[in-house]
Design a protein around this ligand. Structure first.
Ligand code: ADE
Length: 244
């Protein structure tokens, strides 16, 4: 997967790419990240990427020319890549969008700044606008990093163990069960005994119930869309009877 990141802060991505999952993917030859400095595609002495909005108002708007020139420089064909604009007006990013994007060969991510990006870029050059949540950041760089990390870890071979992506919270529509590690007893707090029992079927049942319980208590909105079997529904009925 190639990530081309169009930004006025290419250095923003340096440190996150030096460690963690993205670096692993890069070293394994599964991911390549290409930060593109939009200022390299300006033609004035001040390397201007923004201008005042038509119609007046506060703030500055990112000019279309540097973005279009940067896109042209990548020489991508529409079949080869998806062009994404990070924007608080976009579709709200989630695990299923991450999975959808992880099968692409190339993602071009445009990081907006200032009050926004000239709408003609969005109308004519972008396949998808993405938001990472209902809040406003000063720019799309941090959001682009979130998307790269969530998508990158779904690319086969990037995570050490494929199972760890499959069991993640959200991957089957509900939250993950709680995890414990050594020591067995810590400040008097015990690990749930079933996890020490060696009974794999009982552990799997406990984990499913805890995953459903966490989802019911913390994110009941997810249950409507989750893939639940009759046993899950029976467990949920029991959990609804319980006092939190
Ligand atoms: N740029 C500014 N705010 C954003 C958000 N919430 N998501 C994506 N890009 C943004």
């Amino acid at each position: 997967m190639i990530f081309d990141i169009l930004t006025i802060f290419p250095d923003f991505f340096r440190s996150p790419l030096e460690g963690g999952i993205l670096r692993r993917g890069i070293e394994a030859g599964l991911i390549s990240v290409n930060p593109v400095n939009l200022r390299d595609f300006t033609s004035d002495r001040h390397r201007t990427v923004d201008d005042r909005p038509f119609g007046g108002g506060e703030g500055m708007v990112m000019k279309p020319e540097p973005i279009l020139k940067a896109l042209d420089s990548l020489q991508i064909s529409p079949l080869d890549a998806k062009v994404i604009l990070m924007s608080p007006r976009g579709r709200v990013f989630n695990q299923s969008i991450a999975a959808e994007l992880s099968v692409e060969r190339r993602l071009v991510i445009i990081c907006g700044r200032y009050e926004g990006v000239d709408q003609r870029i969005s109308d004519h050059c972008v396949d998808m606008e993405l938001s990472i949540g209902d809040y406003v950041l000063s720019g799309g760089e941090a959001a682009a990093l979130v998307v790269m990390e969530a998508v990158g870890r779904l690319i086969p071979g990037v995570l050490g163990c494929e199972d760890s992506a499959r069991n993640d919270s959200f991957s089957n529509g509900i939250l993950e069960y709680p995890q414990y590690t050594r020591p067995r007893r810590f400040r008097g707090w015990e690990v749930p005994p079933v996890l020490l029992s060696g009974d794999h079927a009982a552990i799997a049942r406990w984990r499913r119930r805890e995953a459903l319980k966490a989802t019911l208590r913390r994110r009941p909105d997810l249950l409507g869309k989750a893939k639940l079997d009759p046993e899950d529904l029976r467990l949920l009925d029991g959990l609804k009877e319980e006092r939190p």
